[in-house]
Ligand binder design. Structure first.
Ligand SMILES: CC(C)(COP(=O)(O)OP(=O)(O)OC[C@H]1O[C@@H](n2cnc3c(N)ncnc32)[C@H](O)[C@@H]1OP(=O)(O)O)[C@@H](O)C(=O)NCCC(=O)NCCS
Length: 179
């Protein structure tokens, strides 16, 4: 049985960006009947689910194995990958609130039959732990419409305006400042 807990309590600050504080009230847990585990993996392990869910090919850097500061995470049920997420040190296009300390979150994909069971939250917790460990202070993403509530729930806030991507559809940038 594996079950991990993640707590959150987003607080807005004067820059109108979310602030993650993992001391709080809300408890996330996964279905304990399943053998879910989170791990950092080689890039290619994430590709099949990302392609299936997001219909988005990995970046050239990931495919070539020259992934630099990319970190790839999966949730597995037994041996099967059921959720993915990737984070890379990169400044956001709009500059962001913490120049030199920003990380881009991408490739968030959960197998449809595992959604709303905490898998995305487990990936995000692993990503935030990784970013914090590397002294990151800010995480941003291009949030698809269907994922906005998920990110809001974790303290991210929208910034800028919507844009239409030919593959992802309508998206908006969301930011999370780490305390
Ligand atoms: C967005 C996504 C990653 C969320 O993963 P998940 O494992 O389903 O999310 P969790 O179970 O950890 O959800 C945690 C909380 O986020 C919120 N949330 C998640 N999905 C939501 C949705 N579709 N609508 C509203 N709130 C949602 C809820 O508050 C949820 O808690 P609850 O289920 O107790 O109400 C997943 O739905 C997904 O892969 N979607 C398709 C691909 C995609 O859009 N990826 C994001 C690209 S930017």
């Amino acid at each position: 049985m594996t079950s991990r807990e993640l707590t959150d309590g987003p607080i807005s600050d004067s820059m109108d960006l979310g602030v993650a504080r993992y001391i709080g009230c809300q408890t996330w847990s996964v279905d304990t009947a399943r053998s879910l585990s989170v791990a950092q993996v080689a890039p290619g392990v994430t590709f099949p689910l990302r392609l299936a869910v997001l219909r988005r090919v990995p970046t050239d850097a990931e495919v070539s194995g020259n992934a630099g500061s990319h970190a790839h995470f999966v949730v597995r049920d037994g041996g099967v990958v059921v959720a993915t997420g990737v984070v890379v040190k990169k400044e956001p296009p709009d500059g962001g609130p913490a120049p030199g300390f920003s990380w881009w979150l991408m490739g968030m994909a959960v197998d449809p039959s595992y959604r709303r069971q905490g898998c995305g939250s487990l990936i995000l917790a692993a990503v935030l732990e990784h970013v914090s460990k590397h002294r990151g202070r800010h995480v941003w993403c291009h949030a698809r419409i269907g994922a906005i509530e998920f990110y809001r729930r974790h303290g991210f806030v929208e910034r800028g305006s919507y844009r239409d991507d030919p593959v992802a559809g309508r998206q908006i940038m969301m930011h999370l400042r780490l305390s």
